[in-house]
Design a protein around this ligand. Structure first.
Ligand SMILES: [Zn+2]
Length: 267
């Protein structure tokens, strides 16, 4: 069977474990893994400058929006304990998702600043998840400068990014969306260009698009934002058509694909 990697972005200090459970428990009940892109120290004053009115990043809880502090994930002991149990059970791959998740954080060109963010971010995640093998980087907003890509690969990390970020880089293969390659360094490179289950689209469209990719994508990386299923910070038990559509898709995907992780997919 062709592979499927289920990636979920933006877990941070503020993430309620019951939301992750509500989305992924059908997979975990069958011992299938999810790749979680974790923000080491989320800043609460990040605005999405590309959207009209520059709203705060939707991964920030409404009551904290505008707070200029950064919140290290290590300070949420209950969340770390929950995630560490999943890591021990082989049900979670932890990936590095920027450092503070500031807007276009890895579109910067200052290599020494970017390298410090990767180093400090990894240190925080390794403190939070001592038994996790953290090998893969995913940039906030999926935007990366050539310098950022170089810094990530020089740190020995594998990378999952939008295919447009690879255009014109002479040392890397120009991969289409939903592709994977092993680099001469041993690092792995993956492409994913879209978020299929999204609160801005109808649940029916999300499901139809995901089914199409289930059929067509070679190395299928299905990227979610857990908060999108509960937009805008509703409780986990809130009735959600998007969540129902996701569970329908997950049932079909478990039959159709080999569900694996960035570090375990055969390349
Ligand atoms: Zn993100």
């Amino acid at each position: 069977m062709r592979p499927l990697i289920i990636r979920d972005d933006d877990t941070s200090y503020f993430t309620p474990p019951e939301k992750l459970e509500a989305i992924y428990s059908p997979l975990w009940a069958r011992n299938l893994p999810v790749s979680l892109a974790v923000i080491p120290a989320l800043r609460c004053d990040v605005r999405v400058l590309s959207r009209e009115g520059a709203p705060y990043d939707p991964s920030i809880p409404p009551e904290r929006r505008g707070d200029s502090n950064a919140y290290p994930i290590t300070d949420n002991r209950a969340l770390c304990a929950f995630l560490n149990r999943k890591v021990e059970q082989g049900l979670l791959e932890i990936c590095l998702h920027g450092y503070t998740h500031s807007y276009h954080e890895f579109a910067a060109s200052d290599s020494s600043l970017l390298a410090a963010k990767v180093r400090d971010g990894l240190a925080l995640l390794r403190e939070a998840f001592p038994d996790a093998d953290i090998r893969t980087f995913i940039a906030p907003y999926d935007v990366m400068s050539p310098q950022a890509i170089q810094v990530v690969l020089e740190a020995g990390l594998s990378l999952c990014t939008a295919s447009r970020n690879l255009i014109g880089l002479p040392d890397l293969p120009a991969l289409p969306p939903y592709a994977a390659a092993r680099l001469s360094s041993g690092a792995r490179l993956f492409t994913c260009d879209e978020y299929l289950f999204h609160h801005r689209d109808s649940a029916e469209n999300c499901l139809a698009n995901a089914r199409e990719r289930l059929h067509s994508a070679e190395t299928f990386i299905l990227s979610n934002h857990y908060w999108s299923f509960f937009h805008d910070w509703q409780d986990a038990h809130t009735h959600s058509r998007l969540l129902e559509a996701w569970h329908t898709f997950a049932d079909e995907a478990m039959q159709a694909r080999h569900i694996t992780t960035f570090q375990d997919v055969p390349l």
